[in-house]
Every structure is written in structure tokens, then in C-alpha cells.
Design a binder for this molecule. Structure first.
Ligand code: 4AD
Ligand code: MG
Length: 431
């Protein structure tokens, strides 16, 4: 007798197998009782008839939701069964029977209620496939970079300086000084890429975002890449290849999960098939205004502006050449117009917002010192970063992809709080 996972049932049609999992739901129809069991890899329906042993037939009626159990039965292919396979159950043996009813029923609950029970909510219908899609997105990123000869590296989380502006820093006591939680590993990846050529990392980053939106977390995961001798155009090509790879990989790897979320894989594939759109900031502002969204030239794009751009293009769009004032100190300026940065944001289709921010980096000591001064940043804590421009400086570029926003887009989930097991937001530290 084989112990198998639900996702392996297709290979065991006609055999008796053992499934270990949790009771998700049950119902009766005449003399037959149905138990839906989940085991992390999927959901399977067990069919219990009066031919099963009497104790099992009884359990199928009375076991409460989220009882953990072992279930023996014969695998049957049935196109009507959810997932395509079901089990003719011979025996059920409980592992643990909850004393109290599971707090999350199968009916609708408010988001606050669910978020307070996130540790249990993650077991439910939508959450399981979603977290499996997240896993696949992370694998896709690693697969892409490894195949291209990038070296995986790390950046510290405890840092002494800001990367992405000083307003979203989390300070903490660090012995006799103040340290901050890192907003991005970029500055350190710039150093590492001068040692290893092309590098990436995937890690948690932190921003004291005071706004509550469906696109902002205070702790989120970023996949960042940095490449020596890479310039702006090559940087965009790399990002485009990465995003296309992620979509193709996940569609192949997690088709069942996408279907469970009613996300059409064809929509995703179609969005990334053509070359991504490209506009300048100036053009983007005009398009946004044409769509009836008000914004001043010089403002950053808010959610309504991003949504207008995404509706306009219907596929990912790079917005290039932002005014330098709304971008960080480290971006190189365009050679033909020093008022704009040599950068791009990638806006996802269907209103999922900016998923990548990237740029070519300042590569001379003189420019860097000027730009630090322009942003009123002290020179001393950045001395090591300035060194990178003193010893064999080369043009280099990189970017950071927001993992949760990418998962939200691919899975078709509106709010990024569901794309990470335990989201952190301005009003959320529990559980
Ligand atoms: O555009 P950002 O701020 O870029 C950087 O941090 C660069 N240093 C990255 C680099 O060049 N290495 O952030 C990158 C991406 C955004 O495009 C967005 O997808 C995501 O990170 N992001 C957030 N995701 C969730 N919650 C937040 N508060 C986020 N802020 C940024
Ligand atoms: Mg950005």
C-alpha cells in the first residue's frame, strides 16, 4: 500500500492508497457520504458508502472540519470529481479531532476576521493554491538567473543608511547607534556585482509605508539583480526576459492552481507574448490625463494613474526617463537630458501596479558626490559606496522586482495581503 499525495493520484488509478491530511468539508447524498480532504498538494473527494467499515461510515458523518486523518481507498478517475480523481474509501482513521468548531467556516467572512486568523486562514480554498503559486514564482526567478550564469548572493538587513529615501525607514536601537531595516539590497549588490559580474538575491525588505493600500506592505520580498557593464537598454531587455520567464514557468508549473483561482493562463501568456510597451514619463503623463486621471507633471504615478496606463496598453509597460526629483540619488542621469533619470518602472497589466523599479547607476565619483549633496545625504555613511566609483568603476545597472505584486498579478488577486503567508502592514503585526 502506497502513501501518496493528492497531486500524485493520477499515477495510481485502480490502486489502493493512503492519503494523510485534513478534513476540509463533507456532505451526504442519500446513502453516500462525501469527505473532501486536503493535504497541501490538493483537495480530493473521498466517497464513503455503507460498504465501508461501520466506524468509517460514522466518521464520515460526524468528523468536524479540520480534523486531521488518514484515509485509505481506491483511486478512481472521474471527470466530475473536483481535480478529476476520487477515492472509494475503505477506512478513515482520525489523527486529531478538534474539540471546538474550526473558527473559519466555508461561508464568507470579513477580511478583518480572516486576517486575525491568518494562521488558520492559509489552509483554505483560495489560500493554498495562492501560496503554491508564490512558491513557483520564486523558483522561476531562481531558475532564470541560474540559467543565465548569475550568482545568488545576499545583502544585509541591518543597515546604517537609506537607499529609497528617508521617509520610509524603520529605525532600531543598535547598541549605541541607530540602525535601520533595509529598504532594498541594491547598494550592496552594486558592490557584489563588481566582484562576481552578475548577481541577484531574493530577500525581505522593509518600508515604513504609512499608507494603507492594496499594493503596499511594510515587509515584502524583493528579487534584485545587478550587472556590471550592463547599460539601460540591456537592463530593460533583462527585465522583460525575466518577467516573460516567470509567467511561462508558473503557467506550466501551477496550471491546476491557476484554474482553482479561475485565472486564465492564456490571458497571462498573451500579455507577455509581444514585446513590452515603452513610454517616457512625459508621454505617460499625457496618456494618464487623456484617461481622465488628474496629475501634475512632476508627480509620481498614483494607483489611478498606473491603472490608466495598464488599461491603455493591455500588456506590461516600461515608463522611462522620470524627472530626477522623484527618483533616488543613485540613478544615472540621461546623457542627452540631465533633468531625467536613466531608469524605468515596469507597470503590470490589468491594474496590478508597478512590479519593477530599475535604473542604470551613477558611475563616477564626481556625479555621485554631486547627487548625494543634491539629496542632502551625508557623505560619510556612503563612503564605501563611493569607493565603488574609485576602483575600476564601470557602467552598471539593475532592478528590483516586487514578489508579492508579481504574485498578485499572476494569480489574479487584487490585494497583496493574501500573497504572503503573514503580511505586515501599518495596522497588522498579529499573528
Ligand atoms: O521601485 P523600488 O522602490 O526600487 C528599489 O527599491 C530599487 N532599489 C530596486 C533596485 O533597483 N535594485 O521597489 C522595487 C519594487 C517595486 O517595483 C514594487 O514592485 C515593490 O518593489 N515594492 C513594494 N511591494 C510591496 N509593498 C511595498 N511597500 C513596496 N514598495 C515597493
Ligand atoms: Mg518604484
Amino acid at each position: 500500500m502506497r502513501t501518496v499525495y493528492v497531486e500524485e493520484l493520477a499515477r495510481h488509478v485502480g490502486e489502493e492508497v493512503l492519503i494523510r491530511g485534513w478534513l476540509f468539508n463533507k456532505r451526504s447524498s442519500g446513502k453516500v457520504r462525501f469527505v473532501i480532504v486536503r493535504d497541501g498538494t490538493g483537495f480530493v473527494q473521498g466517497v464513503v458508502t455503507p460498504d465501508a467499515d461501520p466506524e468509517t461510515f460514522e466518521l464520515a458523518e460526524h468528523l468536524p472540519q479540520e480534523s486531521s486523518l488518514k484515509m485509505w481507498g481506491t483511486v478512481r478517475a472521474d471527470p466530475r470529481a473536483p481535480g478529476g480523481y476520487e477515492l472509494s474509501v475503505r477506512k478513515i482513521e482520525p489523527v486529531h479531532i478538534p474539540k471546538d468548531p474550526f473558527p473559519i467556516g466555508l461561508k464568507e467572512h470579513g477580511v478583518g476576521f480572516l486576517m486575525d486568523r491568518r494562521h488558520l486562514w492559509i489552509r483554505m480554498r483560495r489560500q493554498v493554491p495562492l501560496l503554491r503559486i508564490r512558491d513557483s514564482v520564486l523558483w522561476a526567478i531562481r531558475d532564470f538567473f541560474r540559467k543565465r550564469g548569475f550568482v545568488a548572493t545576499e545583502a544585509p538587513i541591518l543597515v546604517g543608511t537609506a537607499v529609497e529615501g528617508t521617509t520610509t525607514l524603520f529605525p532600531l536601537d543598535y547598541f549605541d547607534r541607530t540602525a535601520y531595516l533595509s529598504q532594498s539590497g541594491q547598494l550592496y549588490l552594486e558592490a557584489t556585482c563588481m566582484a562576481l559580474g552578475k548577481v541577484y538575491w531574493i530577500g525581505p525588505v522593509f518600508r515604513a509605508e504609512k499608507s494603507k493600500t492594496r499594493r503596499h506592505l511594510t515587509e515584502f520580498w524583493m528579487a534584485e539583480a545587478e550587472v556590471a557593464f550592463l547599460e539601460h537598454e540591456g537592463n530593460l531587455a533583462l527585465q522583460e526576459d525575466l518577467v516573460r520567464h516567470i509567467v511561462e514557468f508558473v503557467v506550466e508549473d501551477r496550471r491546476r492552481e491557476l484554474e482553482a483561482l479561475e485565472r486564465d493562463p492564456e490571458t497571462l501568456l498573451k500579455e507577455v507574448r509581444e514585446p513590452f510597451a515603452r513610454v517616457t514619463y512625459d508621454e505617460a503623463v499625457r496618456i494618464v490625463r487623456d484617461h481622465g486621471v488628474e496629475m501634475e507633471h512632476g508627480d509620481d504615478f498614483g494607483a489611478p494613474a498606473e491603472d490608466a496606463l495598464s488599461a491603455h496598453f493591455g500588456r506590461p509597460v516600461f515608463v522611462e526617463r522620470f524627472p530626477k526629483e522623484i527618483k533616488p540619488f543613485y540613478m544615472k542621469r540621461a546623457p542627452d537630458d540631465p533633468s531625467v533619470a536613466l531608469c524605468a518602472d515596469l507597470i503590470a497589466p490589468e491594474g496590478y501596479g508597478e512590479i519593477i523599479g530599475g535604473s542604470q547607476r551613477v558611475d563616477t565619483e564626481e556625479e555621485l558626490l554631486e547627487q548625494l549633496a543634491e539629496y542632502n545625504l551625508p557623505r560619510e555613511p556612503y563612503e564605501w559606496y563611493i569607493d565603488l566609483r574609485r576602483y575600476g568603476s564601470v557602467p552598471h545597472s539593475g532592478f528590483g522586482l516586487g514578489v508579492e505584486r508579481t504574485v498578485a498579478w499572476i494569480a489574479g488577486i487584487r490585494h497583496i495581503r493574501e500573497t504572503i503567508p503573514f503580511p505586515r502592514m501599518i495596522d497588522r503585526l498579529y499573528p
